[in-house]
Design a protein around this ligand. Structure first.
Ligand code: DGL
Length: 286
């Protein structure tokens, strides 16, 4: 590695596309001095419906690429990506790697009073049962009710976040969770913070809503790797595997501020960076 890593080194943040910008937005809020390299794999979004093995390969490629840029920490700012590849990447890289699932799970366990937690996410995330495992690791007596809500991603992507149609869809997809009387709901998908109010309305005001994005930023702050002695705001560099202009336009809505420059990165450049799983590591089953 040619880069020397220190506290001013950037944090590498990535997602299947623009969704992870909801995590970056929270990183800006809690850790404004950090320099960041954000990579959105917009050429291959969505990850949610793909087989986890395929998503894991993408996660190994992007993590390898970010590591080669000299980042001090990698944040898998994608729930599906975290479910598919966090454990492997964390084993293979010498820098810390964090995902969005453990922080959300931890916050939910600390919040619930009845011990009944709801989780919503993509099909990949829900089927992986990664949130279940993360919650049970902390408290095995918690009851978990989960539902895949991939349709929400489509609506948020097209900028439709408060239409009556989406309100009806939310009521429909959340019905099982409402019936099972969870008192805490984890937004286990990068896109859901943009419809947090609508989801909260459907669930009922007494249900606590946990944003994995915000909890992840707080977790990063707790790691103590923060850029110190910097009064100024950190700098961010944005990379996208599909059209940079499209990323800029849509991404600003997720980030809550304008994105100035986005560089294009080809999938070919990425695949050259894939982390190889050594033969002596027998099992890297997530
Ligand atoms: N970023 C993904 C997640 O949090 C949602 C979008 C996708 O399916 O790629 O799971």
């Amino acid at each position: 590695l040619t880069h020397e890593i220190n506290s001013r080194s950037p944090i590498g943040v990535f997602d299947s596309g623009i969704g992870g910008l909801t995590v970056l937005k929270e990183i800006y809020r809690y850790l404004p001095a950090e320099n960041v390299i954000y990579l959105g794999d917009t050429a291959r979004v969505p990850y949610g419906p793909r087989p986890l093995e395929e998503v894991k390969k993408f996660v190994l490629e992007i993590s390898g690429f970010l590591h080669a840029q000299g980042v001090k920490l990698i944040v898998i700012a994608c729930n599906t990506g975290t479910a598919a590849g966090l454990q492997s990447v964390a084993k293979l890289l010498p820098v810390p790697v964090i995902g969005v699932i453990d922080p959300g799970a931890k916050a939910a366990v600390n919040t619930t009073k009845t011990g009944r937690i709801g989780v919503i996410g993509t099909a990949g995330t829900i089927n992986s049962k990664s949130y279940d495992a993360a919650i049970k690791k902390i408290d095995k007596n918690i009851e978990i009710v989960s539902a895949a809500c991939p349709i929400f991603v489509e609506y948020v992507e097209k900028g439709e976040t408060d239409s009556p149609e989406l309100v009806d869809l939310a009521k429909f997809h959340l019905a099982q969770l409402i019936d099972s009387k969870v008192d805490t709901l984890i937004l286990g998908c990068t896109h859901y913070p943009l419809i947090k109010d609508l989801i909260s309305e459907a669930m009922g005001k007494e249900v606590s809503i946990i944003s994995s994005a915000e909890e992840t930023a707080k977790e990063i702050a707790r790691l103590g790797l923060s850029a110190t002695g910097a009064a100024a705001n950190g700098k961010s560099r944005f990379l996208a595997t599909a059209d940079p202009e499209d990323f800029k336009l849509k991404g600003s809505r997720f980030l809550g501020r304008a994105i100035e420059t986005v560089e294009h990165l080809s999938i070919e450049d990425l695949s050259g960076s894939i982390l190889e799983i050594p033969a002596d590591i027998e099992s890297l089953v997530e």
